[in-house]
Design a protein around this ligand. Sequence first.
Ligand code: 13P
Length: 252
Amino acid sequence: MRKKIVAGNWKMNNDLDASIELVHDIILNIENLALDNTRVIVAPTFVNLHVVNEITAHSRVEVAAQNMHQATSGAFTGEISAPMLNNININTVILGHSERRTYFGETDEKLALKVATAIAHDLDVLFCFGEQLEDRKTNNHFKVVETQIKNALFHIQPSDFGLITLAYEPVWAIGTGETASPEQAQEMHAFIRGLIKNHFGNEIAENTSILYGGSVKPANAKEIFSKPDVDGGLIGGAALKADDFVAIVKAF
Ligand code: 13P
């Protein structure tokens, strides 16, 4: 059975003190919840990864990195490698976030390399993709998503696909307060699962978790998560407040 996942992407927010306080509050508030088959993940900034990961060591909360370079070492000032994540016991990395694509020039081709490196280092990948508003207005959203997935993920050996979690994040819904409707999310998630099924087979498609991201809040989480192909959420703004994030976890 595929996992349900609620992941908080803290982006470039929370200094050391705020990160420690937030993760403590989350741990405290979810420890008594019955979270069968559900993973709870937080993704702090690189400087706070290690300390947050140490704090979560004996809890239900897992920690992910927000990015990673495709090379394993070398002259890449400002970058972080997969072996460095392995070395501090980080098991998950977010790749392909639209902010990385838009502001840092991450292409599908570069992401394919990053995905391959992550897999080679046994890292779980939360792979993000999604269309721009213009793509949806011109009815190109399925084509755009299909291209993003094919280019970055279809090189993966089927036996490695268990490391991949997909996160559909329509760019027009990120940080805008505008969410895809539960029906729009379900329609796209079913399409994505179909793509995975056609290329990797039914078993892999059924076992792949597909998260929705884009203005998920306590008020809309339950309805979005109730859709059969929505296996959880990648949360931005609402992941910065323990109460909101925990309420979203509880929406399952
Ligand atoms: P918001 O929840 O703030 O829209 O951000 C979503 C996101 O980008 C998560 O990665």
